[in-house]
Design a protein around this ligand. Structure first.
Ligand code: BES
Ligand code: MN
Ligand code: ZN
Length: 486
């Protein structure tokens, strides 16, 4: 839990002091009101034990308090991503093992406060629901229950805290077992979020509705599964129903086996993350409601399971989607673009949003191109793309733009159908050809596609300020876009 207090009090059992190299050099300890602590810190600095270098940590014990000095490095060349990393490192450090409440001493600066809040709430997030020991007294960090930042509370700061709750929801949905967090579970989570809200209408298409309406691409992907496919459209109208809508559409493959083009070991184990786009849309929905953002929006999740079995859809077969186009299945593992094609076509036709943004763990090729720290962005509209990029820069929810151009549509032509769901041989430019496939269904709608295949999930000990598992990529971006954008 995060709190704010206007002045440093140094009355908690743990104190985290952020100091840069300049402050250390100048022995600038004016922020420390307690004479005894100030002396203890001064002697550590005078002994040369703490310089304030980036990521440097030094604990000072004063009576019953643990004061952790954390270096933030060069005061001029500020890196706010690194600041989040530093705060995470401190929040998880074993020096705070016996500490319940931490006061954080930090500069009074909006970007710093944002980074510190996110360093704590995103950085110290840990998925431990499946550890038996989680019932027992805490043996793993984060140890502290509250973090009190020594800066006056502001609406903007509270909004950052609220936004992180949507990030946490998305991460919990991603991390839970694929058979628990299935389409019905996600439907339930959405219904709980919107319950009682007068500005909301919801449409839910199940298997039968999809068959009646012709969403045969979505149905094809789910053919091998016992789970119900779902297209859920939450229509949020705080500006009234005649004002324009922005649509967010999330890929929600609750598990991606690859289908008959089965994924091999090493690629299949983390595929419960393949609903991370949908999780981000749900996280953003939670935030937009909690923040009372007054912008009309459509929150859309396309849910299916790409399972293997006797009923599974087959390579080489052709399906006609809701948009009317026929698609040859070149590879059953290129399923995300199929469910998204139907979802996008359905939303564009029936809801006519003025802009549409889709989020998807769409391609391994995007991971090859950009790695794990930047999501790939493809767009048909520079102004919309630039607004999203601005929201990305503000929130540190990183995106990098990749090209979209007319000639690339050659790659997804089929001999036997209007389109095929794979691109060039050997997967050349696979992130671009997948995006191009989606673009075929947006008509003239200004569109941004964000490929979060690399950023949505950490398979390892950690990366940047994210621990193992889902990162909530896209939640802060969507929340900020709607909050500050149009
Ligand atoms: N869900 C995967 C993409 C993915 C890869 C997400 C790694 C997260 C991490 C997607 O459905 C997929 O399998 N894409 C194929 C497409 C190919 C068959 C054209 C891929 O990228 O290999
Ligand atoms: Mn796949
Ligand atoms: Zn997939």
């Amino acid at each position: 839990m995060i709190k704010f207090q206007p002045a440093a009090k140094f009355n908690k059992d743990g104190i985290l002091v952020l100091l840069d190299e300049g402050e250390v050099k100048k022995r600038d300890l004016a922020g420390i009101p307690n004479e005894g602590i100030r002396q203890a810190v001064r002697s550590v600095i005078e002994a040369g034990q703490f310089q304030g270098e980036e990521k440097e940590l030094f604990p000072v014990v004063f009576q019953k308090q643990v004061i952790l000095l954390a270096g933030t490095g060069d005061p001029v060349r500020k890196n706010f991503t690194t600041l989040r990393v530093i705060v995470r490192q401190a929040a998880l450090s074993s020096y705070f093992k016996k500490v319940n409440d931490i006061e954080v001493i930090l500069p009074n600066d909006d970007a710093v406060v944002r980074a510190v809040v996110e360093g704590i709430l995103i950085g110290a997030y840990r998925w431990d629901r499946y550890h038996s020991s989680s019932e027992k007294p805490k043996i793993t960090p984060p140890y502290a229950k509250t973090y009190t930042l020594a800066v006056a509370a502001k609406k903007e700061y509270q909004d950052i805290v609220t936004t992180c709750e949507g990030v946490t929801l998305a991460r919990d949905l991603i991390n839970g077992n694929a058979d628990d967090v299935d389409s019905e579970h996600i439907e339930g989570v959405i219904k709980d979020l919107i319950k009682g809200n007068e500005n909301i209408a919801v449409e839910i298409l199940n298997r039968r509705d999809m068959a009646a309406k012709g969403l045969h691409l979505h149905l094809a992907v789910n053919q091998g599964s016992r789970k119900e496919p779902k297209l859920i459209i939450v229509k949020y109208s705080p500006q009234g129903k005649t004002s324009p809508y922005t649509a967010f559409v999330g890929k929600g493959i609750t598990f991606d086996t690859g289908g008959l083009n089965l994924k091999p070991s090493g690629h299949i184990e983390t595929m419960r993350c393949d609903m991370s786009g949908a999780a981000a849309v749900v996280g953003a929905l939670k935030n937009i409601l909690a923040l009372h953002v007054k912008r009309n929006a459509l929150f859309v999740v396309a849910l299916a399971e790409n399972a293997i079995g006797a009923g599974a859809y087959k390579p080489g077969d052709v399906f006609r989607g809701y948009g009317g186009k026929t698609v040859e299945i070149g590879n059953t593992d290129a399923e995300g673009r199929l469910v998204l094609a139907d979802a996008i076509a359905y939303v564009v036709k029936n809801y006519k949003p003025v802009r549409l943004l889709d989020l998807a763990t769409l391609t391994g090729a995007c991971v090859t191109a950009l790695g794990y720290d930047y999501s790939g962005l493809v767009s048909n509209h520079d102004e919309f793309a630039n607004e999203v990029i601005a929201a990305s820069a503000k929130t540190d929810d990183r995106v990098w733009r990749l090209p979209s151009y007319p000639e690339i549509s050659e790659a997804i032509k089929s001999e036997i159908a209007d389109l095929k769901n794979v691109g060039f041989p050997k997967g050349a430019a696979g992130a671009l050809t997948a995006a191009e496939f989606l673009r075929q269904f947006v008509a003239d709608t200004p569109w941004v596609h964000i490929d979060i295949a690399g950023t949505a999930f950490v398979d390892g000990r950690g990366r940047l300020y994210y621990g193992h598992g889902g990162t909530g990529a896209g939640v802060r971006l969507l929340t900020e876009y709607l909050k500050s954008g149009r």
